[in-house]
Design a protein around this ligand. Sequence first.
Ligand SMILES: *Cc1c(COP(=O)(O)O)cnc(C)c1O
Length: 229
Amino acid sequence: MTRRAEIAAGLAAVEERIAAACDAAGRRRDEVRLIVVTKTYPASDVALLADLGVGDVGENRHPEAGEKAAAVAEPLRWHFLGGLQTNKAGAVARYADVVHSVDRPKLVASLSRGALAAGREVGCLVQVDFGDAGGRSGAAPGDVLALADMVAGAEGLRLDGLMTVAPLHAEPAPVFESLVRLSSTVRHEHPGAGAVSAGMSGDFEAAVAAGATHLRIGRSILGERPSLR
Ligand SMILES: *Cc1c(COP(=O)(O)O)cnc(C)c1O
C-alpha cells in the first residue's frame, strides 16, 4: 500500500467513527472539526493530508512545527498544541493560526507581541488543567475566566475557546463535561469563544458525546509514532 492509501484509509476509518459518535450524540457532523495531529510525522504526510482534503493540522513542538509549516505549500490551518515557552511564542505566532495551549498571563503577552510583530491575528484557546496529579500544563479552572479576559483584550489575539487534555489514568468523560460547562461560562462573557478542543485517538468519542467542537487525532489516522515525544 502506498503511504497515500494508508493515510486515506486511516482518515476514512476515523471519519466513520466521528460520524457514528455524532449520530449517537444527536449532533451534526459539521459541529465537530477534525484536526489531524502530525507531530513526529514527516512534512510529506502533511502534504498528503492536504491533498486528501484535510484543512486543519496540529503540531506540538517548535521548531518542528515551523519547519513543516514552511515546507508544506498547501493552504492549511496550523494548530499549535504543545507546552510553549515564552521565548518561543514570537516565532510560533508567525505560523500558527491557532494556539491551543495558552495557560498563563506571560504567554498571552508574548504571543500578543509576536502576533503584532508578524502582522497576524492568532486564535487562542485557554488550556485547562482539571487537576491531573501528573501536573500537566494548563490553567486551573478558577483562573480560566481571567485568562480568557486577558486574551480577549490582547492586541493581535482572538479568543476562540478552551482546550484540555484528559488525564492519562482517569475516565475522560467527566473531564470533558467539566470543560464544556466552563466553556458556557466563558461564552457568557465572550460569545465568540465557542471552541471546545478535547479528544484524542483514545477518547474522542467521549469528547463528541460531551460536546467538543475540535478533535485532535494523530495515531488513529497516521499510525503509531516511530518515537515517543
Ligand atoms: C499528540 C497530541 C494529540 C494527538 O494524540 P494521538 O494519540 O496521536 O491521537 C492531541 N493533543 C495533544 C495536545 C497532543 O500533544
